[in-house]
Design a protein. Structure first.
Length: 349
């Protein structure tokens, strides 16, 4: 089993490399983590794929070198290279995959391709070594919103996912409507702290049944409220609060429903939206006495290579390897994912 794994993450607009080290029977710990964010996308209010790919191409060698240097481990001590294979922006993914393949081939090291969302599942385990399935997981990011029943690592049952927009995408679009910077989650959360929760009561789409999500209509409701406002500057904190409350209410209500349905005593939050203190606080309050909430620190919830290295280590510990045909896939299927119930079987409150 590999003891030292170099992770590489380039699925979107963060160029990241990390080294995780497992000692004896202990699970891996982070020896180094370097994340270089691409601020150029703020100008455009969203990620421009070609600019992201070019930035990864320029930055990745230096980011990898920095991660190895900060770990204080010589390249000769690294046993394997884990890299995000997908999903994500295919051009950005290709930069990481090709670079990882070159490193692993030249040094005769093991290579493992990792699914980005599986990496998010493993992120809390880097700070909570006791975390282990079974648990319910809510993965919420700019591209995905899904609820999983996780009976064991590598076995994932899909309870429900978004039918249209991901929650993070809705945050970004609403932030743009309110004149806030990209990405939208942090500025909306800051602005919402000064908002009146009673001023704007937005709908809670699909909250009261099942496990699936929809945020497109909520986004449209905010758009209409913005257009109807005659004092937008004064209304901005209240709009932000009303929108955030609606999204978090839907997410946590369905998370609680999943916990009650599965009977699991742990709920994991993962993905960029899990950086929201308001989300983790609401989840902990609603699940008090029912399940503990495991969530990684913001640095490990955003796109990062440490979670990729951690997931890669787990696959490597099982004797799994990728061959040299490994390729980037924007639509990479979630490994081990099955549907655990049909919509008609989904419980109602």
């Amino acid at each position: 089993m590999a003891d030292v794994v170099l992770g590489i993450e380039t699925s979107c607009d963060e160029t990241s490399a990390a080294v995780v080290v497992a000692t004896g029977q202990r699970p891996p710990e982070v020896a180094s983590l370097v994340i270089l964010s691409q601020d150029v996308h703020r100008v455009f209010g969203g990620v421009v794929p070609e600019l992201a790919s070019r930035a990864h191409l320029t930055a990745l060698p230096a980011v990898v070198d920095r991660a190895i240097a900060e770990a204080g481990i010589p390249w000769s001590a690294i046993d394997a290279v884990a890299v995000t294979q997908g999903p994500g922006l295919v051009g950005a993914l290709l930069v990481g995959v090709v670079y990882a393949k070159g490193l692993a081939y030249a040094a005769d090291r093991a290579l493992i391709g990792v699914h980005h969302l599986e990496g998010h599942l493993f992120a809390p385990a880097l700070e909570d070594p006791e975390l282990a399935p079974p648990f319910v997981a809510l993965l919420v990011s700019g591209g995905h919103t899904m609820l999983l029943d996780v009976p064991a690592w590598g076995r994932y049952h899909l309870l429900g996912q978004t039918r249209d927009d991901a929650a993070g995408e809705a945050f970004d679009k609403v932030a743009s409507l309110l004149g806030l910077e990209y990405p939208g989650g942090p500025p909306i959360e800051r602005l919402a702290r000064g908002g009146d929760p009673q001023r704007f009561q937005f709908p809670r789409p699909m909250r009261d049944s099942g496990f699936e999500f929809s945020f497109s209509g909520l986004k449209t409701a905010v758009l209409h409220a913005v257009r109807a406002s005659s004092h937008l500057e004064q209304d901005r904190p209240h709009l932000a609060r009303g929108f955030q409350d609606a999204v978090l209410d839907v997410l946590v209500t369905k998370l609680e429903r999943a916990v009650r349905t599965t009977g699991h005593s742990t709920a994991v939050l993962g993905g960029g939206v899990a950086c929201s203190k308001a989300l983790s606080t609401l989840a902990a309050d609603r699940l008090q006495g029912l399940a503990r909430v495991a969530v990684a620190s913001p640095r490990l919830n955003t796109d990062n290579a440490a979670m990729i290295a951690r997931a890669g280590w787990w696959h490597l510990s099982r004797g799994e390897r990728s061959d040299w045909t490994l390729d980037a896939r924007a639509d990479l299927p979630f490994p081990g994912l099955t549907s655990s119930m049909t919509r008609s079987q989904a419980p109602h409150p």
